[in-house]
Design a protein around this ligand. Sequence first.
Ligand code: SAM
Length: 471
Amino acid sequence: MQRHNIEEMSVFPIINLRPAVTEFLKSVFLNTEVLAAVGHQEAECRFQKLLSCLSHPPSYTCVRASTHLAPLEEIRHKLGEELKKQQMCSSSADEEISVQILTHPTIPDVLLLPVDGPRPVKQLSSEVVVGAQCGSAVLRGAHVFAPGIIASPKYMKAGDVVSIFSDLEGKCTRGATSFQGKKVFVGNGVAQMDRSAIFCADEPAKGIGVRMVEPLYQSPSFDGVLPSLAFLQNLPSVVVGHVLGPRPGERILDMCAAPGGKTCHIAALMEDQGEVVALERIRNKIDRIRQNAQMLHLRSIKAFCFNSTQAVSCDPVQESEGPPFPPESFDRVLLDAPCSGLGQRPNMSSTWSLKEICSYPPLQRKLFHAAVRLLKKGGVLVYSTCTVTLAENEELVAWALNTFPCLTLQPQEPHIGAEGMLGAGLSPEQLRLLQRFSPELSWDQTGAAAPLPCRADRDTIGFFIAKFLKN
Ligand code: SAM
């Protein structure tokens, strides 16, 4: 397996952000508390590493195993067999097939598959341009699905070998035959359909448009692989379920639930006994929660389309199956908040304005108010985001501790990420209780990658978790 190093990473661009957003992030990572603790040079270096890490995929694919349905070793074995079959179909007869699947040293339902990259792949003259979201999916092992294709060579036929480029700024015109704007090479593949089937058919094209044969980052495609036993989920998201610590028979609220990865994990940890209420404001995302629950054979999940800021009933005694709920209805509450998402990887480009990024804390505070009211006394509240700003993470925690004297921070189990970041006025003890996944810290002072398995714990998406007890 090839591992990233700083030189290899530099062949790939750092995340493309609006200048005002880069300046804002820099002010967060070089705040006065950080500067006083580590000095200007180290703080600047960490910030640059963060920008670089964000545009690359993590060096592992994380799979959550359905240990409520089968033992971990059995799932690992079956997954190995399935992925071998997949590789045999796409490689030549004399190539040796090996699939490495590691268990995690402390998390009992996690399997890790090393990602090989960036690999030296030669660019071809035939170019297919895909949207940034599709490009990011390719970097994490997906094939190119037809709806993601924006431009292709004029005479592209099924069977042609093409290079795939990701359109960084969303400026390529649909149906174009070439594109000179900002784009990044993500690998080579074989077209599965003619250009006319993609752009000129009466119905929008579906299915795989280009099958990747030489991706820049090699990791297995999980499309249809053991759907009920192997669920693709980022490592910090799996940690959230364990930190919440649900027990069989409890009543749990997941306030911002779609597509339901954490909802399903909570139900699985409860052995599907009890009730997991999943709320989601956007109606067409509810089906994804239900589909995931069905695929993982989980019956304790009840999903509702509802705005969670209004989930507390005015009538404190009215019992109901669906929202709104009387105060103190739940044993545990997960607030996996809508956020600026700046920790997502790979993210080669974001067109978000500073105003959009700064719009989240007021919504997060509203949701937090509802979460505290809906939680029983003695209950656990977990707050999480997939972003790296202070305002949505440590500052939100500082605000919560000031606003709700009934809340205390709790230790987290497992705690495999770093502690909270300086800059929000929290004490060292409070920071130690927080869990911040900071991919930029997966590089040591010399620029070398940390050894296994610590790297898998640090080389994740940017993520934040806080755990509270309501007294
Ligand atoms: N917990 C999910 C998982 O692990 O699959 C991911 C949740 S995502 C970070 C946040 C979700 O909150 C989005 O699907 C968004 O539509 C939803 N959302 C945003 N505002 C909401 C609100 N006021 N009430 C309920 N859901 C909301």
